[in-house]
Design a protein around this ligand. Structure first.
Ligand SMILES: O=P(O)(O)OP(=O)(O)OP(=O)(O)OC[C@H]1O[C@@H](n2cnc3c(O)ncnc32)[C@H](O)[C@@H]1O
Ligand SMILES: [Mg+2]
Length: 200
């Protein structure tokens, strides 16, 4: 079976990519599954694209193989776009989904539903040794609930209600999330590349 390395240590993301790539009979392999230990890449960029490129290009260089990286995050309008590129570590080190959620809910305290609009962003970078890096972006619009609900997914899913739904992303099945998510939308943009890769 064809393989692709996914430059992530986030198990939630990795599982979503495994599902997406299984449609093309491609085995998506995340960093903790490799036999060699891969050091953390510092996400020093100022945009999702810069951080996605840092992750994909450094690991493609080390492994001399095509590598896909995902840099993603939650952009909340009432917080001037925060946590944005800082989503993973919004409440500081070590990164922790629950303390990040607590911080966001606290900062939105007193803000009514219509003003709690937000969107998830996913930027994918595909780095191929010797080639120009490819970038694709996807969005998922919604609102931040006043309380947490649901246990599926990861990150901020338990407080994010996608537009057109009454449940949080964490109350949706993984199939449903994978149909509407920012990550899925970005993967849809990458479809032509993935089809070519699968055929080789
Ligand atoms: O860098 P890698 O190793 O891929 O893992 P990470 O978790 O640090 O990933 P990012 O740097 O891209 O930060 C993304 C953060 O944005 C949030 N996030 C991204 N996609 C999400 C999703 O589908 N559902 C909920 N939260 C998400 C979540 O807090 C992630 O930790
Ligand atoms: Mg990260």
């Amino acid at each position: 079976m064809n393989e692709i390395i996914i430059a992530t240590k986030n198990a939630g993301k990795a599982n979503e990519f495994k599902t997406f790539f299984s449609r093309y009979s491609i085995n998506a392999i995340s960093l903790p599954e490799l036999s060699q230990e891969i050091a953390d890449i510092e996400e020093t960029g100022t945009t999702f694209a810069e951080n996605a490129a840092l992750k994909a290009e450094q690991i493609a260089e080390w492994l001399q193989k095509p590598v896909l990286a995902d840099d993603s995050g939650l952009v909340i309008d009432a917080l001037d776009g925060r946590p944005g590129i800082f989503s993973a570590r919004y409440a500081g080190e070590p990164k922790n989904d629950q303390t990040n959620i607590d911080k966001v809910l606290h900062e939105l305290d007193g803000i009514d539903m219509p003003d709690r609009t937000a969107h998830f962003v996913c930027v994918l970078a595909v780095a191929i040794p010797g080639d120009a890096t490819i970038f694709k972006t996807g969005f998922c619009e919604g609102i931040i609930n006043t309380e947490q609900a649901g246990v599926n997914g990861f990150g901020y899913d338990s407080v994010f209600i996608p537009d057109g739904y009454t449940q949080t992303m964490a109350e949706l099945s993984s199939d449903e999330k994978n149909r509407i998510s920012h990550r899925r939308k970005a993967m849809d943009q990458l479809e032509t590349w993935v089809q070519t890769y699968a055929a080789n």
